[in-house]
Ligand binder design. Structure first.
Ligand code: IPT
Length: 984
């Protein structure tokens, strides 16, 4: 065997023992900047570059921190589970992209002599480091800190030369198979740290809170004699003492109270921010400060579309603020410890953290888990070392409430060893690891992507038993955390509300973490310079998992997706609902705080226009309790009216301005008292009448139907009042002055990621096999009636005897309007569910603006759009499109009462529904959307495609997990759509 330095099972042998990431007054010299850089395809190039005298004048420059693949060297590659190299640990391929780095620095004026450390916060995947030609050793564990003692190698005067060789593939790559881009290099900062004699090596803070007495317990231990001071609490004590503080304010995600503290020796002062909080599992329930906690969480990878995992402080702050703004209270650091600054921000802004070790061996699943590092004794030391470095670095953060051993690494004895180590080192935090369902090594039962019914069974304590009765009994006594659920890939996820209802119902269910926070799309450009976000395969990878890397609640540029808006609604910590007796119930779902930071405001809208507004006196509501308040006195309304009650921040918070909406509910008020909530109802679920109402009489707006003279056959065309029907196609070719083409039955939708379902039950192949993407239309006849026409069309795919009989019944109405009744009847066998059922019209492309009265402003499908409200909305056609990284069905507006599509020079088309309809307006067809691989493949085709639907199939979350729940399935059944069309 000819193993290289990076092909070792052992942890980095010369690294210093891990310790907390401390904020110290000892001098620190950040070495970040533009380093000299040389790229190679192999790792066995000469090492002469490590000598200070080496001439690197011909080398390039690369920023540190950064990934070299994002600066033109090699290429990013994406695989989810598969290893992009043969499984033969600890060996890696000869083709091993390698970066050699050189950086010269001088010690600043006043730098003290004496001990010093060189610290790498993250280098992917293994580095060999020299200072002034002296080999310091190997750094490994890409997302873990490595420190080297450089006391002897450092030159007090003159130039110091750091030389580093970083390899893309190392033994460590076998335990770093996280679902993300393979990106290499020194991607977190490098620092030189002066370590004064008599300074503080490590500090460990234990700060508990007794919720019964309000007292705090504080023990700050240091590795040297030191003084601990917490001025606000009058603490001035020796390190190592345990202090009981009669009254402290506790830390929680809701009220992240921190106390500034110092730990000092004569030589060094370390600054800490202490949060008092106690995490405990009590009677099978996970508590923070004595109260059951509910995680409204997300899984967060570190990501930026230009920087990859080399995120800046501003990127981290953006994440934290956006999370807080969207009612998220918890983060799982999937699947590695984040940059340490992120945890400081979580302490400060208030987010519970499940801190996960840098461990994943998922690709061993593909070989039946043979050789899984989680169970191979040769890996034990390395895995325990990873856990140790996670816990030691992050142990002082109040935000960290659970440790996770890692992700998707099967089961095995090394996980047990990691758990033993962590439990012994830090008994104050429970342990979690999802993949070993026996839970033998952990304290919390966690699973991923379970169907609603299974989560409910766990909530009731009725899950299927484990074969081992002792383990089963132990697990049955554990709290449950849904550590990944609701896969936010593309359009969706659907069905968020169903999970949340369970989490809020069963004490054992303590919430979960949506997968995942942000799409990992890398910013790229087409040859002609148009920007898009690249995913797997876009860099020529032989093996890749396509757009499965784009499954976040944020688009790569951190624009919230419709899914994040839905999640915010579902995560509302305050619920406003009709009380059943004409008033409102305000429920405070906070665990530790009241609602005094919120103002309650209402607005009354009549036909979508605000007609009255005011404030609602709610008073404070203790955590977990509800109050009833009277509705405000409302003025009379003429049309369809809605009352919207919003809870907004009364004053600025560090993460949002006063007026930021935290929760809201909309109630219809012109309909039937007592009030029924409108907002939580999934959009699109409005029942449509099963039969056609009798013709004639009054239309919805009360306009009597016109009589007939306006129906005329004329050379292959039928004049229908304002419309002109082509007898050859059965479609309208003019409406008023507008050239139109439609209606045409629309059943196909560009499959969503959830329809395609790479890790779930896929509908797309069934739909394609049934030919729903290639339906043919056959006109069966046009008959002219006294005041209109009836058009019959059979719509069916080749090589099938199933189809849809479609009848379009036209009537001329007063006021130059046309009534259209569409009846769709399944004829023979059709697959169920169908993608959608509706009709579409081509309109002139100059009609590029849409106004509607219905749900908005965002898109909504039967099981999404929870954040939408009924109102009058306006968008350009361009702005109606949601730019999912992989083009797919998007942009539908639900429960639309009427809509206009108009153009810049005035005029357009108006559609009214007898009952609410779904509205989609695009500058391209569903078929073009289906063909595109990136949004840049789509170009407006010169027409505006108006689709009016009677229903869509739900969205679900089958891209990784369960599909659409039964109430949201679109079964093939007689369907009816009744519209009025008018040229403006
Ligand atoms: C699960 C992984 O834990 C996570 O890293 C990510 O890959 C997610 O799914 C899907 O995006 S594993 C899944 C294949 C069950």
């Amino acid at each position: 065997m000819n193993e290289a330095w990076y092909e070792s099972f052992a942890p980095p042998p010369t690294a210093r023992p891990p310790r907390a990431w401390l904020d110290s007054d000892a001098p620190r010299l950040p070495l970040d900047g533009h380093w000299r850089f040389r790229y190679a395809e192999r790792a066995d190039g000469p090492l002469d570059f490590t000598r200070p005298a080496f001439d690197d004048a011909g080398w390039d420059r690369l920023p540190v921190p950064a990934h070299w693949q994002l600066h033109g060297y090699g290429a990013p590659a994406y695989t989810n589970i598969a290893y992009p190299f043969p499984l033969d640990a600890p060996r890696v391929p000869d083709e091993n992209p390698t970066g050699d780095y050189r950086h010269t620095f001088r010690l600043p004026e006043g730098w003290p002599g004496g001990p010093a450390l060189l610290r790498f916060a993250g280098a992917d995947s293994a580095a060999l480091v020299w200072l002034n030609g002296v080999e310091l050793g190997r750094a490994g564990g890409s997302r873990l800190t490595t420190e080297f003692d450089v006391t002897d190698a450092l030159r007090p005067d003159g130039d110091n030369l750091i030389a580093v060789r970083v390899v893309q593939w190392s033994a460590g790559s076998y335990v770093e198979d996280q679902d993300m881009w393979w990106l290499s290099g020194i991607f977190r900062g490098v620092d030189l740290l002066a370590r004064p004699e008599g300074g503080i090596g490590d500090v460990e803070v234990s700060a508990g809170y007794d919720h019964l007495t309000g007292a705090g317990t504080l023990a700050v231990a240091a590795d040297v004699p030191a003084r601990v001071r917490v001025p606000e609490l009058g603490v001035d004590a020796a390190a190592g003492e345990t202090l009981r503080l009669p009254a402290v304010e506790p830390w929680s995600a809701e009220s992240p109270r921190l106390y500034d503290a110092t730990v000092s020796t004569g030589a060094e002062t370390v600054t800490l921010r202490i949060g008092f909080r106690t995490v405990r599992i009590d009677g099978g329930v996970l508590t923070v400060n004595g109260r059951p906690v509910l995680f409204r969480g997300v899984n967060r990878h570190e990501f930026h579309p230009d920087r990859g995992r080399a995120v800046t402080e501003e990127d981290m702050l953006d994440d934290v603020r956006l999370m807080k703004q969207h009612n998220i209270n918890a983060v799982r650091t999937s699947h590695y410890p984040p940059h340490p600054r992120f945890l400081e921000l979580c302490d400060e802004y208030g987010l519970y953290v499940v801190d996960e070790c840098d461990l994943e061996t998922h690709g061993f699943w593909q070989v039946g888990w043979r050789g899984n590092p989680a169970d191979d004794p040769r890996w034990e030391a390395a895995l325990v070392d990873r856990m140790r470095r996670t816990v030691e670095r992050d142990k002082n953060h109040p935000s960290v409430v659970l440790w996770s051993l890692g992700n998707e690494s099967g089961s095995g004895r090394n996980l047990a060893a990691m758990a033993r180590w962590a439990r012994h080192r830090d008994p104050s935090r429970p342990l979690l690891y999802e993949r070993d369902w026996t839970c033998r090594d952990v304290d919390v039962y966690s699973r991923m992507y379970l169907p609603v019914a299974e989560v409910e069974a766990i909530g009731r304590g009725e899950e299927a038993p484990l074969p081992d009765p002792a383990l089963d009994a132990r697990r049955r006594g554990m709290p449950f955390i849904h550590v990944e659920y609701a896969h936010a890939m593309g359009n969706g996820p659907g069905g968020l509300a169903e999970y949340q209802r369970l989490y809020e119902t069963y004490p054992r269910l303590q919430g979960g973490f949506v997968w995942e926070w942000i799409d990992h799309g890398l910013r790229a450009r087409t040859p002609d310079g148009r920007e898009y976000f690249a995913y797997g395969g876009d860099f020529g990878e032989v093996l890749h998992d396509g757009n499965f890397v784009a499954d976040g609640l944020l688009f790569p540029d951190r624009t919230p997706s419709p899914g994040l808006l839905d999640l915010k609604k579902v995560f509302e910590p305050v619920r406003i609902a009709p009380s059943g007796d004409g008033g409102l119930t305000i429920h405070n779902g906070h665990i530790h705080s009241g609602v005094s930071k919120l103002d309650f405001r209402w607005v009354l809208e009549d036909g979508g226009e605000a007609v009255a507004r005011g404030a609602l006196e709610v008073g404070d509501v203790p955590p977990g309790e509800s109050v009833r308040v009277d509705l405000p006195a409302l003025p009379a309304t003429a049309g369809e009216a809605h009352l919207t009650v919003r809870a907004v921040l009364a004053a600025d918070e560090p993460w949002a301005k006063a007026g930021h909406e935290v929760a809201a509910t909309q109630l219809p008020v012109s309909t039937t008292p007592p009030l029924a909530a409108a907002a939580p109802r999934p959009a699109g679920a409005v029942p449509l009448p099963a039969t056609v109402p009798p013709a004639g009489g009054a239309t919805r707006a009360g306009v009597p139907t016109a009589t007939s003279a306006a129906v005329r056959r004329d050379g292959g065309r039928v004049r229908l009042g304002p419309g002109l029907l082509d007898e050859r196609t059965g479609r309208l070719v003019r409406l008023g002055d507008w050239a139109v083409d439609g209606p045409r039955l629309q059943v196909w939708r560009a499959p969503t990621d959830n329809d395609r379902a790479p890790h779930g039950e896929a509908l797309e192949p069934l739909w394609r096999a049934a030919g729903l993407d290639r339906l043919t239309h056959r006109l069966d006849g046009v008959s002219v009636t006294g005041d209109g026409a009836v058009v019959r069309v059979r719509v069916a795919p080749a090589s099938s005897d199933g189809g849809l009989l479609t009848t379009y019944t036209w009537r001329i109405l007063a006021g130059d309007r046309l009534g259209l009744v569409v009846e769709i009847d399944p004829d023979g066998r059709l697959p169920g569910p169908l993608p959608m059922l509706g009709v579409r019209f081509a309109l002139p492309g100059e009609l590029d603006q849409v106004e509607w009265f219905g749900r908005g402003p965002g898109e909504a499908y039967p099981d999404t759009g929870l954040a939408t409200r009924v109102g009058r909305w306006f968008r350009t056609v361009a702005d109606l499109q949601t730019p999912y990284l992989f083009p797919q069905e998007n942009g539908r507006r639900a429960d639309v009462r009427w809509a206009t599509v108009t153009g810049g020079r005035g005029g357009g088309v108006r559609v009214d529904g007898r009952t609410p309809f779904g509205l989609t307006v695009r500058p391209w067809t569903a078929e073009a959307l289906d063909r595109a691989a990136h949004p840049t493949d789509l170009a407006p085709d010169g027409r505006t495609w108006l689709t009016l639907d009677a229903g869509h199939n739900g969205i679900g979350s089958a891209s990784c997990g369960p599909g659409v729940l039964p109430p949201y399935l679109l079964a093939p059944a007689p369907t009816h759509l009744e519209l009025t069309l008018q040229a403006l």
